[in-house]
Ligand binder design. Structure first.
Ligand code: ADP
Length: 460
């Protein structure tokens, strides 16, 4: 835009000579002028002999000078006047063009040089000013904690290990489904060892501009080195750590970033006390180079908690809310198979909200059950208009499930039957196993099928 506008200007502007105003008057009087172009105060006069004069006329000279116009017209002089608005418009267009170009240039500069705020600003020193997270805040992942305790020992007393000449682990990969406490574990290592915790997310390193991700990795490790002993946590490392060259997903920028990460991890001395902890829920797609000894050679799997783990997690989170004396958290734990730590934290929170809404002083068992149902099956659909017949049919249907489940020897005990519609279900029959099931027998599965068909059978 700028070039075009400038081109028009330059192409139009003839060469001219700057002269005093009196010269213009003289030239006019002598009849040497063939054309006059006035643009606000500037006046251009084309001469018969060729060439152009430019001068500055007194304000309003042309506009308020009827005799002059008459004289000019008599002499056959062409008169052109550029309005102020047109010049303003041209000026604005030029300014706008320059602005856009400047912005583009600035953005490109910001994102390609190492000094961009988005590189510097992203290294988050998490948890500053908050009480440190400790292993006590993480429950139900005892094996993982056991493995990670070693890292804590190393961060606390690096000399003890260095003296023996052993190679200190540099990277730990926490693998497991979302919400199982991977971030929490990493933070608790930092908390236990009393070292800073630098947080980054894998997706931050994947940018449109080549080289930015790598620059951010460099920056991250530079910051880490400043702290001396510290923990770098990279969440969702699969965003950068995908196998290189994996067909269509292959991506120059990501490869560059991954390479930089590998270089940095190889580069720092084990004694430097920087430990990289990464989390992923897609360990299968990680580049094997990442998992090589000397990099993320420790792999700790963090799974969904079992019954006892769920109870412990509930207990951890129950510390933050007022819980009634009668509450049995084990019951809640039994009713929440497959829940992750985050789900359980959410459940406690929902229960507190429900109790608060009901105006109770403490969270009771019923609140926890209501919260569980809500988290598990969605909110009650009170507004759903049901005919009496539909209700009866649902009642028969659920009763069918319940009776079959109650009578068959291999079925899990029936916990609750409801015909309140929730989410997409019209009603529900809930069974609670006494323990978490990891394998299923033929009898158990046949019983399940019988229970499922019991609903329809009862309707008939
Ligand atoms: P991830 O990183 O595995 O996706 P997070 O560590 O971010 O999961 O967990 C989210 C939240 O869930 C935590 O802040 C915590 O409140 C709760 N949580 C998850 N797992 C646990 C656990 N094992 N013990 C206690 N709280 C947990």
């Amino acid at each position: 835009i700028i070039l075009l506008t400038a081109g028009v200007y330059i192409g139009r502007a003839p060469r001219h000579r700057d002269v005093p105003f009196s010269d213009l008057l003289t030239a006019l009087e002598r009849g040497e002028v063939t054309a006059v172009r006035a643009a606000e105060d500037d006046v251009y006069a084309d001469l018969e002999s060729g060439g152009t004069l430019r001068t500055t006329a007194p304000t309003g000279y042309f506009g308020n000078n009827p005799e002059l116009f008459a004289a000019l017209a008599r002499n056959g002089v062409r008169v052109e006047v550029d309005g102020a608005s047109r010049r303003l418009f041209n000026g604005l267009a030029l300014l706008l063009g320059a602005g856009v170009l400047g912005l583009v240039g600035f953005t490109a500069w910001r994102t390609t040089t190492g000094r961009i705020p988005s590189v510097t600003g992203r290294t988050k020193l998490a948890g500053k000013g908050q009480p440190p997270v400790t292993f006590d805040d993480v429950a139900g992942v005892d094996e993982a904690k056991e493995e990670l305790r070693e890292i804590v020992d190393f961060l606390r007393e690096p000399q003890r290990f260095a003296g023996l000449g052993g190679r200190i682990p540099r990277g730990v990969l926490l693998a497991g489904p979302p919400g199982t406490g991977k971030t929490l574990l990493a933070r608790s290592i930092a908390g236990e060892a009393g070292v800073p915790f630098l947080f980054a997310s894998g997706s931050e390193f994947v940018e449109m501009f080549a080289g930015v991700g790598a620059a951010r990795i460099r920056r991250l490790f530079k910051d880490a080195r400043k702290h001396g002993r510290c923990i770098i946590f990279i969440d969702e490392i699969d965003a950068v750590g995908r196998s290189r060259g994996s067909q269509s997903l292959s991506h120059e920028e990501r490869e560059q970033t991954l390479n930089q990460l590998l270089v940095e991890m190889d580069g720092f001395e084990g004694h430097g006390g920087i430990i990289v902890i990464a989390a992923t829920n897609r360990q299968d797609i990680l580049d094997p180079a990442l998992l090589r000894p000397g990099r993320f050679d420790r792999q700790v799997s963090v799974g969904n908690p079992d019954l006892r783990g769920r109870e412990e997690i509930l207990r951890v989170h129950a510390r933050t809310v007022k819980i009634g004396d009668q509450v049995e958290l084990l019951r809640v734990a039994r009713g929440t198979p497959g829940f992750s730590g985050a789900d359980l934290a959410n459940l406690i929170n929902e229960a507190a909200l429900i109790a608060g809404r009901a105006g109770r002083a403490a969270v009771e068992q019923a609140d926890l059950e209501a919260a569980r149902d809500k988290v598990m099956m969605g909110v009650e659909r009170k507004s759903l208009q049901l005919t009496a017949r539909e209700r009866v049919v649902t009642a028969w249907h659920e009763a069918g499930h319940a009776v079959v489940a109650a009578l068959l020897p291999h079925a899990d005990p029936v916990h609750k039957v409801s015909i309140v519609p929730r989410g997409r279900a019209m009603g529900v029959t809930m069974q609670l196993p006494d323990t978490d099931r990891h394998t299923y027998t033929r009898d158990y599965l046949e019983t399940q099928i019988a229970i499922l068909m019991g609903g329809r059978a009862a309707e008939q």
